[in-house]
Design a protein around this ligand. Structure first.
Ligand SMILES: [Zn+2]
Length: 69
């Protein structure tokens, strides 16, 4: 079981790349790239809860309904 506090919140949990999340980078949430997109389905969010944000390209793949895990 991984420790949430020790997790690298800047890393995309899918591809391991930088997620460029504004919150993880201690910037204002409204400056994050995800703001311009609609949220993912509850099903997906539930699967990835307590994990770092996705990067933009993985978000787009998930949004397109692709299974990435
Ligand atoms: Zn990614």
């Amino acid at each position: 079981m991984s420790n949430y506090a020790d997790m690298n919140m800047k890393e995309c949990p899918i591809c391991g790349g930088e997620n460029l999340c504004a919150v993880a980078n201690l910037e204002r949430p409204e400056t994050c790239w995800c703001i311009k997109y609609t949220p993912l389905s509850d099903e997906v969010l539930e699967e990835y809860q307590n994990k770092p944000c996705f990067c933009e390209s993985c978000y787009k793949s998930l949004k397109a309904g692709k299974k990435l895990v």
